[in-house]
Design a protein around this ligand. Structure first.
Ligand code: PMP
Length: 445
């Protein structure tokens, strides 16, 4: 019996013993094709790159740990230089932490502290969006819109107003252009800010490309720019959560760059350390840094493992590999191939309602009926069956239930490592088709 309290404690999980590139092997010798970077869009440069092992070993040989209240390190400094060099204009400093949820907490607290220091203590509310996930900690859950993950903890969370996501497949009106829809969706933020009272709102948080909860839905053209204007109008800080879509995955170093998005605060994790070490980061604008420097002079929160030298060394090595091997460009090229393959295989599929995404971050939304977009009955658990069928066949994909806000948009996320070959991409599409066929047969039986 296992003494590990897994997410599914009654299940026996295969033990993973080896991984190279996109292939993972368990203790029974079964191999898996990893179409989702370790299971959650993390292992962006693939498994087992010896350059990262070398960088980690070198850092361990130098110094494993030093508290960030006493020291900085070459790894932390060089990594911050690298991130800021490629970041949207205006971002100038990096706060480190150990993962996505911690990074979101840090971002929320940074936004709040900024207004406290500016003498606007009334500004404390955070507006976010429905059908979103920003992490498992209490603050991150509070601003999230993933009902099943949030509901059990309701009495422990703070209230955060949630507006509709930008989700053209479901929400674009008949005859409405995509551009007009983008403006309408963004204007929901303005309405919400006015309803709350602009003097009470500190921040708005959104994913430029929604990951797990919607299945790779990018903001419609014009949405992020309109959001920026609205935030400026009401003195609200704009926070982009790129924990899943950032790090080069969309074919851009940061996902919002494709849309000309310019946040005040940008949150990354997952692909930052590529799974070689747990690490997250918050990029903050110079204006925010100036506020803190000219005010109290210190961040009012932090974690013991902030700027952990080994985590920073691993993430720095990952960034170097991405640059040296041209992996952002590879994500764009392989992403285009993946998308073309998905369109060809499933563009007319009776149960695939929508194919969307950017780069190597592509999602399919499943429906019972293509014409009406009617979802599958949630009790059929289409997404869970698909995951199980794919996994039984040695393919790792990331399906999510869509029983959120009354819409059952069962979907699957594909997020393979940027080192995927053309043959890997073809194989992912072929094997996904087999898993989908089997799942549809089961449901129809
Ligand atoms: N934000 C987004 C968009 C995410 O997808 C996730 C994780 N799935 C998180 C935040 C939380 O990150 P972590 O699990 O590393 O705490």
């Amino acid at each position: 019996m296992s003494h590990v309290f897994h997410r599914t404690p009654a299940r026996t999980l295969p033990r993973i013993v080896a991984a190279q590139g996109l292939r993972m092997t368990d203790a029974d010798g079964r191999t898996y094709l990893d179409a989702v970077s370790g299971g959650a869009a993390v292992s962006s440069i693939g498994h087992g790159d010896p350059r990262i092992t070398d960088a980690i070993t070198a850092q361990l040989g130098q110094v494993a740990y030093a508290h960030n209240g006493f020291f900085t390190s070459d790894a932390a400094e060089e990594l911050a230089d690298t991130l800021i060099a490629g970041a949207p204009e205006g971002l100038s400093r990096v706060i480190y932490c150990s993962g996505g949820s911690e990074a979101i907490e840090s971002a929320l607290k940074l936004a709040r502290q900024t207004f406290v220091e500016r003498g606007q203590p009334g500004k404390g509310k955070v507006i976010a969006r429905r059908q979103s996930y920003h992490g498992a900690t209490m603050g991150a859950l509070s601003i999230g819109g993933n009902v099943p993950r949030k509901a059990p903890y309701a009495p422990m969370l703070f209230d955060a107003p949630l507006i509709a996501p930008c989700y053209p497949y479901r929400d674009q009106a008949e005859g409405e252009t995509l551009e007009a829809y983008a403006i309408r969706a963004a204007d929901a933020l303005e309405e919400q800010i006015l309803a709350e009272g602009p003097e009470t709102v500190a921040a708005f948080v959104a994913e430029p490309v929604v990951g797990a909860t919607l299945g790779c839905v990018p903001a419609a053209p014009g949405y992020l720019k309109r959001i920026r204007e609205i935030c400026d109008r009401y003195d609200v800080l704009l926070v982009f959560d790129e924990v899943m879509c950032g790090g080069g995955r969309t074919g851009f170093a940061f996902a919002c760059l494709e849309d000309g998005g310019s946040p005040d605060i940008l949150v990354i994790a997952k692909g930052l350390g590529g799974g070689y070490q747990p690490i997250g980061a918050v990029l903050a604008s110079q204006a925010i840094v100036d506020t803190i420097v000219d005010g109290s002079g210190s961040l009012k929160q932090g974690f013991t493992y902030m700027a952990h030298p080994v985590a920073c060394a691993a993430a720095l090595a990952v960034q170097k590999v991405i640059a040296e091997d041209g992996l952002v460009e590879a994500a764009a090229a392989r992403g285009a191939q993946l998308r073309a393959g998905l369109d060809a295989a499933f563009g007319q599929h009776p149960h695939v309602g929508n194919i969307r995404g950017r780069g190597l971050f592509q999602g399919l939304e499943f429906v019972a009926d293509r014409e009406t977009k009617a979802p599958f009955d949630p009790s059929l658990a289409f997404n869970a069956r698909l995951k199980a069928n794919a996994f039984a066949d040695g393919l790792m994909v990331y399906p999510m239930p869509g029983t959120i806000d009354g819409i059952n948009g069962d979907h699957v996320v594909l997020a393979p490592a940027f080192v995927a070959t053309a043959a890997d991409i073809d194989e992912i599409v072929e094997r996904l088709a087999v898993a989908i066929d089997r799942t549809v047969q089961e449901i129809n039986a």
